[in-house]
Ligand binder design. Structure first.
Ligand SMILES: NC(=O)c1ccc[n+]([C@@H]2O[C@H](COP(=O)([O-])OP(=O)(O)OC[C@H]3O[C@@H](n4cnc5c(N)ncnc54)[C@H](OP(=O)(O)O)[C@@H]3O)[C@@H](O)[C@H]2O)c1
Length: 216
């Protein structure tokens, strides 16, 4: 099992969820680098205002210089990602399939979670699904110190145990309780439309919900 010491977080996407995670990461002491489909100079001012301390860079630079990558772009754009650049990287998939905004996309109209489709595309990456079930404003506002009785849980699922462990440490450090649901197929427990999605859950609540669902 390979556990990475995480110092730098790279984010693809500087919208609602990308900037919210970036602010938490900076507050927790990580270096943060962000890319969008635009040139770095075009997002530098936005980052200065929205995420002071984050650095704008090209996707190539962000990926090369980051220990954990976060996908915070619209899911409909996932084929714009470059699998060879993300090979062997720990990649958090925060993306959801939401037909009203993404449009109907046949490959996501299935029982599997969208992260399984993304993992197939990024076949050499150590993909972990997380953050997708929490609203961006809650990522900003609901972080709490370890041990706080109101600390909220964030589910994680991925096929690489070391990647799950690194992501769990990151989540813990930015103010949430990680709940390891196991392999990536278990991310079906917290995709859009599940009871976990959008719910305000502590670690114990979430563990109980997952156990109930798995027992069915
Ligand atoms: N909003 C939430 O509360 C929330 C919570 C959890 C998960 N999510 C999921 O997270 C994802 C992002 O949601 P959002 O609400 O943050 O969307 P958003 O506000 O529309 O932001 C999307 C960002 O992705 C960038 N982008 C587009 N194509 C890109 C590419 N090829 N490479 C890099 N960046 C690219 C966009 O910038 P350019 O177009 O300028 O490149 C923009 O900065 C979605 O899949 C959503 O379902 C959202």
């Amino acid at each position: 099992m390979q556990i990475t010491e995480v110092k730098t977080i790279g984010i693809l996407g500087a919208g609602r969820v990308g900037t919210a995670i970036a602010r938490r990461a900076i507050a927790a002491g990580y270096a943060v680098k962000i890319a969008t489909s635009k040139a770095p100079a075009e997002i530098a001012l936005l980052l200065e205002i929205m995420v002071p301390g984050a650095m704008a860079a090209s996707a190539q630079e962000v990926i090369a210089e980051s220990d954990i990558m976060i996908l915070a772009l619209p899911l409909s754009k996932y084929r714009e990602l470059q699998p060879e650049l993300l090979a062997s990287k720990i990649v958090i998939d925060a993306m959801n399939y939401w037909a009203p905004t993404d449009g109907t996309i046949a490959e996501f109209e299935t029982e599997t979670s969208s992260s399984e489709v993304v993992q197939n595309f990024l076949s050499q990456s150590r993909l972990v699904r997380s953050f997708n079930h929490m609203g961006y404003h809650e990522i900003d506002e609901e972080a709490r110190p370890k041990g706080d009785s109101e600390r909220r849980a964030l589910a994680i699922a991925g096929n690489d145990m070391g990647a799950r462990q690194s992501v769990a440490q990151f989540i813990d450090r930015i103010g949430f309780d990680p709940v390891d649901a196991g392999p990536l197929a278990s991310s079906r427990l917290f995709t859009t439309g599940t009871p976990v999605f959008g719910a305000s859950l502590t670690r114990d609540d979430m563990v109980e919900l997952f156990a109930l669902k798995q027992a069915v």
